[in-house]
Design a protein around this ligand. Structure first.
Ligand SMILES: *Cc1c(COP(=O)(O)O)cnc(C)c1O
Length: 231
């Protein structure tokens, strides 16, 4: 990983200041630091960012164990069941729970650690086929599954979704609206008196302003803060 020059630190600082101006205080910012070095993470931390998102287990662990600041780590990428055990000691929220099998594994490993792991259910809202997440039917099947209520070491805190990669703002807005409606339905039907079910993770660099207008409580922003990724 490369070292940051002072100029690049300053670039990160300006971007974060800008972000704090746009994002209302009730919306959490997850700084997506994938591919970026520890020095960038530390610079962002010193500008007030506390939560960092990674999409690969190994990268998350290696950063979480090396960084010199008290960052919180969110897993935002697809999670394989065989990597759950390694991940759990380092993660404070998993955005990408997309199957009963995965939830079961998280619960099992969390129990061994005597930890309760906050999780979001990822919903497939985009047109692209290659994105992960429950479709609507699968989501309700999961919620209706009696086994789900035996997961004592998972805290279901809300939903996550990724909009289509498109310039069509109406399309993006309608996908976020759909997710927000689903969130409200599920809240009312399954978690009416549960204050933990409150997060709606939607919005990235290209669409977070629309997501916030449509009810996002948590945005996952990488390029806006750190610049473009090369890979
Ligand atoms: C990479 C990534 C982001 C951030 O993307 P940017 O466009 O750089 O803001 C957000 N969410 C997920 C799931 C990602 O993988």
């Amino acid at each position: 990983m490369y070292q940051l020059s002072g100029i690049f630190m300053n670039y990160i600082e300006q971007n974060i200041k800008q972000l704090f101006k746009i994002v209302p205080p009730h919306v959490s910012i997850v700084a997506v630091s994938k591919t970026h070095p520890l020095s960038a993470i530390e610079a962002a931390y010193h500008c007030g960012i506390r939560i960092f998102g990674e999409n690969k287990v190994q990268e998350l662990i290696s950063k979480a164990t090396s960084v010199n600041v008290a960052a919180q780590w969110h897993m935002i990428g697809h999670l394989q069941t065989n990597k759950v055990k390694k991940l759990l000691p380092y993660v404070s929220l998993i955005h990408s729970v997309d199957s009963l099998k995965l939830a079961k594994e998280i619960n099992k490993e969390a129990q061994k650690l005597n930890k309760i792991i906050p999780c979001l259910l990822q919903v497939h809202i985009a047109q692209e086929e290659n994105k992960f997440g429950f479709d609507e039917n699968e989501l309700f099947q999961f919620l209706e599954n009696p086994e789900r209520t035996t997961f004592t070491h998972i805290l279901i805190c809300g939903l996550m979704g990724i909009a289509s990669l498109t310039d069509n703002k109406q399309q993006i807005r309608s996908e976020f609206k759909k997710l927000k409606n689903l969130f409200d339905d599920i809240k009312n039907s399954y978690f009416p008196n549960n204050n933990n079910f409150k997060e709606l993770s939607m919005g990235m660099t290209g669409d977070f302003e629309i997501a916030i207008e449509e009810g996002s409580t948590m945005i996952r922003v990488g390029s806006f803060i750190f610049g473009q990724r090369n890979y």
